[in-house]
Design a protein around this ligand. Structure first.
Ligand code: DMJ
Length: 459
């Protein structure tokens, strides 16, 4: 695949519609929130989280992929001339790594524009100060100017997914710069977590950055644990399938998921992944829907074909989480019914009815479509895209997360357009309808957990 200026290719009707959606989102961001982290799409204001132009940096490679030259160049110039990294601002290590560092690294790989690598190295150097603990486990937050790290405001623990889903990016930075410190820091995290591996290699949600100890907590593939499992497989892939410890840890985890967390609903026997803290709970976050694509990707790279079948079953369940809602959009969390006397497989609690424009299901559709060419993934994807258009698109620009996927009359606008809607959701829609498998080939690239492609190492 050529690198350099934004990609030029012929677009089909669906891709044209997805590019139009991106432009609709981008135009509003540009008008009301330029250089800010996120657009408040209803009130036409902006919100600040890390003050790093989150949406702009998250969108760079999407614009490159869609061939949006003018928009890409404008954003590139903002990064080159207006982005301030050394500022007195506490940032979350994980979110900044996956969205900003990942976004800069992908932009560099796709364009070979050195400016992106310089920014990425500066940011990586500063983020590295979060690792200033004796335990090898980083604090969740670090100040980009004073370089002081600290635990989150709500307690002493870091999230397990957060400390174990920054590895692809820091390892890539070492590969690019030849400087070992980045990879060494994140490799030590993996060793520290694995040294405490419990049966089945399932991890709880929290780890103490002072002691380095995994705490008790819920076993889940949802919030605060999800991308731990994703990065086990993807670190093996990134290494060109040479660092087999990652494959082995991943295989143990998949077995653990099957033995401890997998179940089937009634009456339609939907396969789902629940949670366990003492007792099993049939609760599944939408976040879990990344796993179908990951399982399929592993099978494509030589892991058991049963993983592909499981990935398909779970992705069908995720589709049902959309199809069974009045708006055609999934809620944030569902509960599956496991007793034979009820009629509905899926229940949604009042507090869980929101949709944040998340990407995970479309991400799995993309991977499964690439690998199987089963047209159903495109049909389902197109229906979901249309539901986003109908219920989250704002006539005056931008998209918004909504409060209630079960209410077509009043879905309740939340006034927030997440950066991952442009960075991930629209990118995966676009790739789902891409007819050319050499574009970001799954044999040459590995996507970080924010959909930023990084190359698979060849040496
Ligand atoms: C994104 O920031 C990433 O995909 C992360 O892994 C999970 N949360 C959001 C999207 O849902």
């Amino acid at each position: 695949m050529p690198t350099g200026p934004p990609l030029k290719m012929t677009h089909n009707e669906q891709q044209k519609a997805i590019i139009a959606a991106f432009k609709h989102a981008w135009q509003a961001y540009k008008e009301y929130a330029w250089g800010k982290d996120e657009l408040k799409s209803v009130s036409h204001r902006s919100s600040t989280w890390f003050n790093l132009g989150l949406t702009l940096v998250d969108s760079l490679d999407t614009m490159w992929l869609m061939g949006l030259t003018e928009e890409f160049n404008e954003a590139r110039n903002w990064v080159a001339h207006s982005m301030v990294i050394a500022q007195t601002k506490d940032v979350n290590l994980f979110e900044t790594t996956i969205r900003v560092l990942g976004g800069l690294l992908s932009a560099y790989h796709l364009t070979k524009d050195n400016m992106f690598l310089e920014k990425a190295s500066d940011l990586g150097d500063r983020l590295l100060h979060a690792f200033g603990t004796s335990s090898n486990i980083p604090f969740s937050d670090v100040n980009l100017y004073t370089l002081k790290p600290h635990a989150p405001k709500w307690g002493p623990d870091s999230s397990v997914s957060e400390v174990t889903s920054i590895q692809l990016e820091f390892r890539d930075l070492t590969q690019l710069t030849g400087t070992k410190k980045y990879q060494e820091a994140v490799d030590k995290v993996m060793e520290t977590v694995q040294a405490q591996a419990r049966s089945h290699n399932l991890v709880p949600q929290f780890i103490n950055a002072q002691t380095g100890r995994l705490s008790s907590g819920t076993l889940t593939l949802g919030s605060r644990a999800d991308s731990y499992y994703e990065y086990l497989l993807k670190q093996w892939l990134q290494s060109g399938k040479t660092e087999d410890k990652f494959r082995n840890w991943y295989l143990d985890s998949v077995q653990g998921i099957q033995e401890v967390l997998l179940s089937h609903s009634e009456p339609n026997k939907l396969t789902f992944i629940g949670e366990k803290r003492g007792r099993f709970s049939p609760k599944m976050d939408h976040l879990v829907c990344f796993i179908g694509g990951v399982l399929a990707l592993g099978a494509h790279h030589g892991l058991p074909s049963s993983h592909l079948e499981l990935g398909k079953e779970l992705t069908y369940t995720c589709w049902q989480m959309y199809e069974r809602m009045a708006t055609g959009l999934s809620p944030e969390i569902v509960y599956f019914n496991t007793s034979p006397d009820k009629t509905d497989d899926i229940t949604v609690k009042a507090n869980d009815r929101h949709n944040l424009l998340r990407p995970e299901t479309v991400e799995s559709f993309f991977v499964l479509y690439r690998l199987t060419k089963d047209q159903r993934y495109r049909e389902w994807g197109w229906k979901i895209f249309q539901a986003f258009e109908k219920y989250t698109k704002l006539p005056n620009g931008g998209y918004t997360s909504i409060n209630n996927v079960q209410d077509t009359q009043n879905p309740g606008y939340r006034d927030k357009m997440e950066s991952f809607f442009l960075g991930e959701t629209l990118k995966y829609f676009f790739l789902l309808f891409c007819d050319d498998d050499t574009v970001l080939s799954l044999d040459e690239w590995v996507f970080n957990t924010e959909a930023h492609p990084l190359p698979i190492w060849t040496k």
